[in-house]
Ligand binder design. Structure first.
Ligand SMILES: Cc1cc2nc3c(=O)[nH]c(=O)nc-3n(C[C@H](O)[C@H](O)[C@H](O)COP(=O)(O)O)c2cc1C
Length: 182
């Protein structure tokens, strides 16, 4: 059974982006029989992140989980036109090629359409620096999300784009494809 790791980059306890991530993780588990593990930055000990403790037990366990995964989905809010510092604090202390040869599906949620390119200019370059093979990714506005629903995405176009990319993601994992359609 191939393992997928979900990384939630939101510091918020009631996170929209994490709710989308959880929904996708549950779907991949139930419908595609993947095993799924979920890393939340807001559950990592503060000291590990603040002091950059790359050799702490928690950080070593996270690194191993990602290294053993066949694919990664990262969901993050936009903070000041970029990803939150706490997500960068985690990625900074993981090995430099942590996403090597893995498909990585980036998702960003934001309050404003003005920052929809944040995914292109901030999250995708970071995935690439860490040697991941990024999918096109999806930027979702808060107005396209309703956290009261099981599937929190209420916009049909966004739903379709996510489905298409999840399809590419699964194909990349199952067929070991490195070139992913953008
Ligand atoms: C500190 C902070 C900074 C934010 N900065 C932006 C921003 O620059 N652009 C934007 O579109 N939304 C911004 N937002 C809104 C969030 O990106 C948006 O509500 C997102 O869906 C929150 O995701 P979460 O619930 O997973 O944390 C900001 C929110 C916070 C709390």
């Amino acid at each position: 059974m191939s393992n997928i790791v979900l990384i939630s980059g939101s510091p918020s306890l009631f996170s929209r982006s994490n709710q989308i991530l959880s929904y996708l993780g549950a779907k991949l588990k139930e419908e595609e029989q993947f095993s799924v593990s979920h890393i939340l930055v807001n559950e990592i000990p503060l000291e590990d992140l603040f002091y950059g403790k790359y050799d702490s037990e928690t950080i070593k366990k996270i690194a191993k989980q990602i290294q053993e995964a066949k694919g990664v989905i990262i969901a993050s809010p936009v903070y000041k036109a970029s990803y939150p510092g706490v997500l960068k604090a985690l990625l900074d202390i993981l090995p430099q090629d942590i996403f090597k040869s893995k498909p990585v599906f980036p998702i960003m949620t934001g309050g404003s359409p003005n920052h929809l390119l944040a995914i292109e200019y901030t999250l995708k370059p970071l995935i690439s620096i860490l040697k991941g093979h990024s999918l096109q990714g999806v930027y979702i506005l808060d107005s396209q999300i309703n956290t009261e629903y099981k599937n929190p995405i209420i916009d049909d176009d966004i739903k379709r784009r996510i489905e298409l990319q999840i399809g590419y993601f699964i194909e990349a994992i199952r067929e070991g494809k490195i070139s992913i359609p953008q």
